[in-house]
Design a protein around this ligand. Structure first.
Ligand SMILES: NC(=O)c1ccc[n+]([C@@H]2O[C@H](COP(=O)([O-])OP(=O)(O)OC[C@H]3O[C@@H](n4cnc5c(N)ncnc54)[C@H](O)[C@@H]3O)[C@@H](O)[C@H]2O)c1
Length: 365
């Protein structure tokens, strides 16, 4: 849509940036373009009340620029609440690079992207997300200090994905305790959708605990690779939402919990790593509550990665990373109980805690 020539008289109807539903008072949005490397990126800085906006970079072949903009806005906003509820002194930001990471990601493009990050003087700090590897962050580090998730060999905390997965596992166990009366996941039927960096590490935790794990991914090679390493089954159908399961773990992209899937979902718990799992936070949060499906808020339980990269800024070690990540179990249980007591959705309960922390810091300032 944005690539079409727009009738100037109609521009006011489009409100392309400030009028977007997902805009939600972003402080700054930076559009980056470099002809030589083909870089097209958007950096979203949602809120810096608690500290610099930290969030990963996603490289994805979006259908169009509207999708890319909407994604970066939703993701950076999510980071604000993730860091706030986790008690970190960080704001929310995120970046997207438009393109196919497999075929279009070059060292030159990553370096140019790093220069754009550097030009923001630390207001935005990047890290990895979908389509990025630790080695990409190492490259970005050569042109800017405003990057985390770099290799341990050069002073970083390494790949955040295993810690993210561990936090999701903790959140899932808390949701299981709340729902089934025990945090033990042995024999629980869990569908993990998306077995990338985080999904695979979650599968490892789950299979060690004796859960019955089914894996789904659009990448067949990946499915076979992961199936051969752990005692899991590849899901052979084409609509996992309708399958009998205890727990649905979305670990691919966002918005899989929506009008169409909620009606089909048989899971009793949703707990996964993907950001922005609810297509519409208010509406779908309520629909899940009405259906009695327990939703462990994504921005609460997938905070292990940000805890891991925050260590690079605050200089704490592995032990503290694990301790903070394990605490996701307690926070999740508290949020699920609060939601029940106050008759609100679990998403709202988590959001309220995060927003209260931001408001109180704003008052102090
Ligand atoms: N990496 C982290 O530390 C971290 C931290 C917090 C949140 N997250 C979120 O977790 C999710 C996974 O991150 P990751 O780092 O593992 O990414 P990744 O790129 O390593 O893996 C994503 C996987 O999802 C698969 N996939 C994509 N679309 C799919 C679909 N429609 N159905 C099934 N599978 C599909 C891909 O083939 C890939 O295997 C993302 O939403 C990311 O934003 C990641």
């Amino acid at each position: 849509m944005v690539t079409e020539v727009v009738n100037k008289n109609e521009l006011h109807k489009l409100d392309p940036v400030f009028g977007q539903n997902s805009f939600d008072n972003h402080e700054q949005i930076v559009f980056c373009n470099d002809k030589d490397t083909g870089l097209k990126a958007i950096i979203g800085i949602h809120n810096t009340v608690l500290g610099p906006a930290l969030g990963g970079t996603r490289m994805w072949q979006y259908k169009n620029e509207w999708d890319a903009l909407n994604d970066v806005l939703r993701l950076s906003r999510g980071m604000t609440f993730k860091s706030a509820i986790t008690g970190l002194n960080l704001g929310g930001g995120k970046a997207v690079i438009l393109g196919d990471a497999k075929t279009q990601k070059t060292p030159e493009l990553m370096l140019r992207f790093g220069e754009f990050v550097h030009s923001l003087n630390g207001k935005y700090i990047t890290a990895e997300d979908v389509g990025m590897e630790t080695s990409d962050m190492d490259l970005v580090r050569t042109v800017t200090p405003y990057v985390t998730g770099i290799s341990e060999s050069i002073g970083g905390a390494g790949n955040p994905s295993p810690i993210t997965a561990y936090g999701v596992f903790m959140g899932m166990k808390a949701a299981a305790k709340y729902t089934f009366g025990s945090s033990d996941l042995e024999n629980k039927v869990v569908y993990v959708q998306g077995i990338g960096n985080v999904g695979e590490a979650l599968v490892e935790n789950l299979s060690n605990e004796g859960a019955k794990v089914y894996i789904a991914d659009i990448n067949q090679e990946r499915l076979e690779e992961v199936r051969d390493k752990y005692s899991v089954e590849i899901y052979g159908g084409n609509n996992l939402y309708a399958e009998d399961m205890d727990i649905y773990a979305p670990c691919a992209l966002g918005a899989t919990v929506n009008d169409s899937t909620i009606h089909q979902l048989k899971a009793k718990v949703i707990a996964g790593a993907a950001n922005n799992q609810l297509a519409d936070e208010l509406k779908h949060g309520l629909m899940l509550r009405e259906k009695g499906i327990v939703y462990a808020p994504d921005f609460l339980i997938n905070a292990g990665g940000i805890i891991n990269v925050y260590a690079e800024l605050e200089n704490y070690g592995k032990q503290e990373i694990i301790r903070k990540t394990e605490n996701i179990f307690n926070t999740t249980l508290e949020i699920l109980n609060n939601a029940e007591t106050n008759g609100i959705t679990t998403h709202q309960a988590a959001f309220d805690v995060a927003q209260a922390r931001i408001d109180s810091r704003k008052k102090e300032k």
